[in-house]
Design a protein around this ligand. Sequence first.
Ligand SMILES: Nc1nc2c(ncn2[C@@H]2O[C@H](COP(=O)(O)OP(=O)(O)OP(=O)(O)O)[C@@H](O)[C@H]2O)c(=O)[nH]1
Length: 547
Amino acid sequence: MQLSDGNNTLVDTNLWHALDDSVDVTNLDAMGKLERIKSTLQNARVMPSLGGQTGAYFTKVTLNIPQKGQYFVIVNANFIDIGLVSYSSSYQPTPTFQVFSQLEDDSTPPLLHFQAITVQTATENEQVDLWLLVKAKQFPTPVSLSILDSKEFYQYQKFNNGISIAGVTAMLILSLLAVLIYTGTRKRVALTCAGYLGFHGVGWAAASGMLNDIFDFPFNSSYGGILLFPFAIACAAQFVSDLFECRTDHKKLFTFLKWLSVTSFILGAAMWFMPFTLAYLLSHLLAMFWIVLTIIIGVGMLKKRDFRAKYFLVGNVLYSMTLGYYIAAHSQYFGELAYSESAVIFALSLDCLCILLCLTEWFKLKQKEFTRNQYLSRIDSMTQLGNRFSLSECIQQIPDCYVIVYIDLDGLKSINDRSGHDEGDKLIVKTASLLQQTFYSLGDVFRSGGDEFVVVLKATSANSIKNVAENAFAQMSELSNELGKQWRDAGVSYGIATSLEAKEPSECISLADKRMYQHKAKSKHPHSHKTLNPDFAVLLALTWASL
Ligand SMILES: Nc1nc2c(ncn2[C@@H]2O[C@H](COP(=O)(O)OP(=O)(O)OP(=O)(O)O)[C@@H](O)[C@H]2O)c(=O)[nH]1
């Protein structure tokens, strides 16, 4: 092959020769082995393609390199268990050996996803004979060779390794964030999200050869990427189900995603026992199916105005585009497509970011629902006043000095009976509005029951309590008169108690309630002496307290 300035790629077609089973390639350091391989070249079977093959293969390539310097040969195979290269030239007759594979690539330039070997020429127009031997459990895709000069290679290496490391790190960090969210919230959606992102991150760390580089495993972990993928989809299907509340809101989709998740999980477990090429194919089919499914779900949810789907859709559209490019790059029908792994990892890490944003959208929605429910559970819808629950929360935080006014409407039943419940409602709403107008700057008003209200008035000091209570008396009389003007039978009965008379706010409310009943009894039976005048009672208590 004459190297030129353009694309220097040797496609896989008829490039490789099958190695005779009798040649033991495990002892790679033995030069003799390579010499034996050379002698088998004449009789060796030529492979139309390495795509889908298993075992050991070798090739001899002659390169005409115009410039003196350092060149790199990239072996475009994602999985290599054993790799051996030797090169020699008329100028350098003694062969130079290099060993490479995901298991052993310390002496070759670090290149994620693939393997690179160095060829050094000593003169211009040097003709180099390159002997290459590769062995893998499976070569799921064709194995081409790309020859780059040092400038091109370092640029490629920087881009390829940089994007892969950044992408995998981003996926793992996002997954960790989801785990932290889960530990704080105990929400299943955060856990399934962590699984979704985490399996993708670990899968690509394995597939790119990063795990082997970091941990020096005794086995080739790059096959693990494909084998972990169905587990990522098992988590992803559960995440989508949790994200869109499918259990309650989309029952059919819930059942479908549950089965998809179970099937993916079983497939993931079964793949460890199948030929790797089949596993590779199944993982890619699952990926394509998943992408189409996520886009359909995303569009469907957006149509239903579920805006959790916006990030979900953006991420998956991006991922699907690069996955299409990746699959095309590995099929060889479209020629050499550069950076397909980097493109997929980059898009997938953005997809993972979008997935985490979906999770935050889910929590935002839950927060809104919670706030709304909190509001609804504390507010009386007719009067917009706080209800009994809200009152009990209020008295838990009440300051030391306060006055409680307990109010019960008079005449509501007769207004209901005479003019209908709508009219009765108007009386309730009017009373609430007058109470609010009167006391809005002095305290809080609650509707504690059908026709009962409680006002909690804050006093700045023990000395000011009496003034606050007296003011409340005056206001209540005015309120009663005001209601009487609009509804013939309407008025209010009320009782007032202060913090000076009770140890606990609840005791103070009971006292005010008791006085309200005394007041009501008094107004219904003005001549009875069995009940104490409530105005008198509270003033008496105040006098006692101020002594
Ligand atoms: N219109 C209307 N009536 C209500 C509502 N809640 C409770 N009531 C009615 O209010 C009445 C309260 O009963 P009472 O307290 O005996 O009626 P009252 O006429 O105010 O008599 P006293 O309190 O004894 O002075 C009942 O008839 C309830 O049905 C409501 O939200 N709207």
